[in-house]
Design a binder for this molecule. Structure first.
Ligand SMILES: [Zn+2]
Ligand SMILES: [Zn+2]
Length: 338
C-alpha cells in the first residue's frame, strides 16, 4: 500500500523518441485528483482530472470539488507543463479551468460529485457534460432548474443559458471527447437507489477505468460490476489497462445493511479477485489501483483512511498495487515498454 502515488519513471528522452516513432499513440495518462473524499469535507470531494501525458487538454471525472483542488494541484506542480500566455490575466487555476478542462464526465448526480461544478459554473467556459441519460436528467430536473441554481445548460427550464451542453452517453459505446484525443465508454453501476457510472477512458490503445460510487453486486442484487469486469478483461489481458480507480467508502466494521451502495475492504477485494480470475494471467497485479471516496469521520482516534489501508493490505493475497488517492498529487501512468 502506497500512501502517495508512485511516480513511474518516465522513459529517458532518447527512449521516448524511440517509442514515439515505434508507436503512434503510446502516451499514457496523468491522473490529478482535485478531490478524493466521499463526504464531509466540502473542499475535497470526488473529482479526477485526466489527460494525455503530452497534452494540456483534460476531462474531469466527477466534479465534487473544483477550485480548491485546482489551487492545491497547482501548488504541487501538477500543471507546470501547461504554459499560460503572458497576456493572460487569469490565475493558474482559473486558466486550467477555462482553457485545459474540456469536458465533465459525471458518474451520478449526488452532491459530493457535482457541488464543485455548481459552484464554479457562473465563471466557467462552454463545456459538454457527458453522462448516462438518467444522470443528465437528474441534473436538469433537480439542480439547473432556476430553483436550486440558474439553468446554465441547454435543456430544461427556461431561459436556458447554454453554457453547458448535456451529452447523453449510450451505454457500452465508445464516444470521442472533442479536443482531448480521448474517448469514453460508460458502464452502469448500482449505487443503492441511484444509477452510477464507470467510465472507460481510452487514449489510443491505452485505457484508464474510473468507477463512480458502487455497491457490491451481491448486496445490490446486481450484475453490473461483473458485467463491467467482463467488458474490460480483453484490455486488461492485453496490458493496455494502465490503471483504475475504485471506491472504498467504509472500513470493514460497517455492517452490510449500512453500506448504502458503497464498498468496504472485504467487498472491494472480493470483486477485484473476480476481475483477476477473469483475466487469468494476474495482469491486475501490474495495474495501479487508486482507492477513492473514503468517508472521513468526526471522531478522534485512528482515521478511516488508516484503518481501510490496513484492512485492504491484510486481505491483499493477490498482491495488487493499491494507492490511496491524495488531493493534488498526480499519478503518472506510462504505457509499458514492450
Ligand atoms: Zn459519492
Ligand atoms: Zn453517491
Amino acid at each position: 500500500m502506497d500512501h502517495a502515488p508512485e511516480r513511474r519513471i518516465r522513459p529517458t528522452a532518447l527512449l521516448a523518441l524511440l517509442l514515439a516513432t515505434a508507436t503512434a499513440h503510446a502516451a499514457g495518462f496523468d491522473i490529478t485528483p482535485l478531490g478524493t473524499h466521499g463526504g464531509l469535507t466540502d473542499g475535497n470531494l470526488s473529482a479526477y482530472l485526466i489527460r494525455d501525458h503530452n497534452s494540456p487538454n483534460a476531462i474531469l471525472c466527477d466534479a465534487g470539488t473544483i477550485l480548491p483542488g485546482l489551487e492545491i494541484a497547482t501548488r504541487d506542480g501538477a500543471f507546470n507543463d501547461i504554459p499560460q500566455p503572458a497576456t493572460s490575466t487569469l490565475t493558474k487555476p482559473g486558466y486550467i479551468l477555462t482553457h485545459a478542462i474540456k469536458a465533465y464526465l459525471i458518474s451520478h448526480a449526488h452532491m459530493d460529485h457535482i457541488a464543485g461544478l455548481v459552484a464554479i459554473s457562473p465563471d466557467d467556459t462552454l463545456k459538454p457534460i457527458y453522462a448516462l441519460p438518467e444522470t443528465n436528467a437528474a441534473l436538469q430536473q433537480n439542480i439547473f432548474n432556476w430553483q436550486i441554481w440558474p439553468n446554465l445548460t441547454d435543456q430544461g427550464a427556461q431561459p436556458r443559458l447554454n453554457r453547458y451542453t448535456y451529452q447523453n452517453l449510450p451505454p457500452e459505446t465508445a464516444t470521442p471527447i472533442p479536443q482531448t484525443g480521448l474517448s469514453v465508454t460508460a458502464y452502469p453501476l448500482s449505487h443503492g437507489n441511484v444509477l452510477s457510472t464507470a467510465f472507460l477512458i481510452q487514449n489510443g490503445p491505452d485505457a484508464y477505468l474510473y468507477l463512480g460510487d458502487t455497491g457490491p453486486d451481491p448486496i445490490e442484487h446486481s450484475k453490473n460490476l461483473t458485467t463491467l469486469w467482463q467488458a474490460i478483461t480483453p484490455i486488461l489481458r492485453s496490458g493496455h489497462l494502465l490503471g483504475l480507480s475504485i471506491e472504498c467508502s467504509y472500513d470493514d466494521s460497517r455492517p452490510d445493511k449500512q453500506l448504502y451502495g458503497h464498498l468496504s475492504p472485504h467487498w472491494l477485494l472480493q470483486t477485484l479477485n473476480t476481475l483477476d480470475t477473469l483475466s487469468d494471467q494476474h495482469a491486475l497485479a501490474k495495474t495501479p489501483i487508486l482507492i477513492t471516496h473514503i468517508k472521513p469521520t468526526l471522531t478522534t482516534g485512528t482515521q478511516p483512511e488508516t484503518r481501510i489501508a490496513q484492512q485492504i493490505e491484510a486481505l491483499n493475497t493477490h498482491h495488487f498495487h493499491f494507492i490511496i488517492a491524495r488531493q493534488g498529487i498526480t499519478l503518472h501512468l506510462s504505457p509499458p515498454l514492450h
